[in-house]
Design a protein around this ligand. Structure first.
Ligand SMILES: NC(=O)c1ccc[n+]([C@@H]2O[C@H](COP(=O)([O-])OP(=O)(O)OC[C@H]3O[C@@H](n4cnc5c(N)ncnc54)[C@H](O)[C@@H]3O)[C@@H](O)[C@H]2O)c1
Length: 440
């Protein structure tokens, strides 16, 4: 049977290297659509959790999907990544691609996964890289490693690149709805990958050459980063002008061709803070300085410091000092309603406050780790006797805080620093809170 037929009747076996925030949702979707999936991860804890039918990540709907896929026998996980390659007709690579301390792409995990594939590659397999790569990396890094197998990409095996576009908290929904971009080393590789993804998404499947697709993926996140940076600059200006930036942006967005994102304490997660550096570094190699992209990164990376300035200002307005205050930090996760703490601005905010001898108590409804030693999943523990409430994450829980009740357990006067603009300033001020917000 040819691979195209095996994709069509779902008899092909799918292997996925990397069972993280993208790999696991992808695995459960394929499994629950009738494909047999073997998931490989070097983290034994992740593998054991999945094989118990549980999800090691928090994501809307994932618990049910993992349970169903594992109990149906359609999904199994293993630390034996070589087995994943040997047992599969199609291997997806969905490992992390961070930046290193010098903000250069760190492709070690991809190289390691691709090396495993290379050692166990056989003719006729389809390899798809889903991890975000810098432009040119498939040609420069992935193909040479795969061809160490003695087999030729596009001749002996198929190779495609199709980066993920889903947003955390809606990963399952978006994988199945979003359009995908797919690059193939040959037209046949792209067609096979397209046939595969057509089983799981109702979105448009757009094909192009691999280098273009690599570039497009990083442009997309860079676009969002630059947009947020503009919003953050507007917010900082509005604070001086005495204008509410959130209201101003809301009004600007009524323009049919304006769509500014929201200002805030900074951009976190495993995508937007690092993907622009894939572009910046590639451009640098080519002698080009990406001024707008680099400035946007600087603006967004500076937002935790801006929040710290706001905290200092807010405490001063109540005749309090940072080194003599208890600050309740609401939110450890980088984004609302997730437990993901990668690149979270909370870390810098908490660590700097502690360096300034501030007594920090943090809260997060989803996260179980902290950066300050004093942490609770119960908000009252953090808020009790605090001199200042600082919202760092836009969890839904923080959008409905009972400020009146907090007034009874906070030190007087109540001080709020809203890094995500989830609290209504008017309501807070009516209750005599000293309210400071990003862009207010
Ligand atoms: N998180 C997102 O929402 C998102 C969205 C779009 C694109 N992306 C991109 O998708 C890729 C994966 O991101 P993620 O958030 O899922 O990362 P992740 O860190 O959550 O998951 C990666 C997993 O790969 C495993 N791993 C590392 N090396 C391995 C190897 N050699 N063999 C097998 N497993 C290995 C790790 O243990 C980890 O569990 C990245 O390139 C990221 O930029 C992520």
């Amino acid at each position: 049977m040819t691979l195209v037929d095996a994709i069509s009747d779902k008899s092909c076996r799918i292997g996925i290297l990397g069972m993280g925030y993208v790999g696991l949702p992808m695995a459960t979707i394929f499994a629950n659509r009738g494909f047999r999936v073997l998931g490989g991860d070097i983290n034994a804890g992740i593998v054991e959790t999945i094989n118990r039918g549980e999800s090691p990540i928090s994501e809307n709907g994932i618990d049910v999907m993992v349970k169903e896929a594992v109990s149906n026998g359609m999904l199994r996980a293993t630390c034996d990544t070589e087995e994943v390659v040997k047992e599969s007709d199609i291997v997806l690579v969905v490992v992390q691609t961070p930046i290193d301390a010098d903000k250069r792409p760190d492709l070690e995990a991809v190289k390691c996964a691709v090396h495993t594939i290379s050692k166990n590659l056989a003719e006729g397999k389809l390899i798809i890289i889903e991890s975000t790569l810098p432009p040119g990396a498939t040609q420069e890094t992935v193909i040479p490693l795969l061809e160490q197998s003695g087999l030729r990409a596009g001749e002996d095996f198929y190779l495609a690149y199709s980066p993920e576009r889903a947003i955390p908290t809606r990963t399952l929904e978006e994988i199945q709805k979003n359009s995908r971009i797919i690059g193939g080393v040959t037209e046949e590789s792209a067609l096979l990958a397209t046939a595969l993804y057509s089983h799981i998404t109702s979105g448009e499947l757009v094909t192009g050459d691999i280098k273009t697709v690599e570039l497009v993926k990083v442009i997309e996140n860079t676009y969002r980063d630059v947009n947020i940076a503009l919003s953050n600059e507007v917010a900082i200006l509005c604070e001086k002008l005495g204008i509410d930036a959130v209201r101003a942006i809301e009004m600007a967005n009524k323009h049919p061709r304006v769509n500014l994102l929201q200002p805030g304490t900074g951009v976190g997660g495993h995508c937007i803070p690092k993907d622009p550096y894939f572009l910046i570094n590639k451009a640098k190699e080519l002698g080009i300085d990406l001024k707008v992209v680099s400035s946007a990164r600087r603006v967004n990376e500076n937002m935790p410091k801006h929040l710290l300035n706001l905290i200092e200002k807010a405490l001063k307005s109540a005749d309090k000092r940072i080194d003599d205050s208890k600050v309740a930090v609401l939110g450890i996760a980088y984004k609302g309603n997730t437990s993901d703490i990668r690149g979270t601005p909370s870390k810098e905010v908490i660590e700097t406050l502690m360096e300034m001898d501030c007594d920090v108590f943090s809260h997060d409804p989803f996260v179980s780790e902290d950066f300050c030693g004093k942490f609770s999943n119960k908000i009252e523990d953090a808020v009790r006797d605090a001199d200042c409430l600082v919202v760092v994450t836009d969890h839904d829980e923080y959008k409905h805080l009972d400020l009146k009740a907090f007034l009874k357990i906070l030190k007087k006067p109540g001080v709020i620093v809203d890094g995500r603009r989830v609290i209504d300033p008017q309501k807070a001020e009516e209750l005599d809170f000293h309210y400071f917000g990003v862009g207010y």
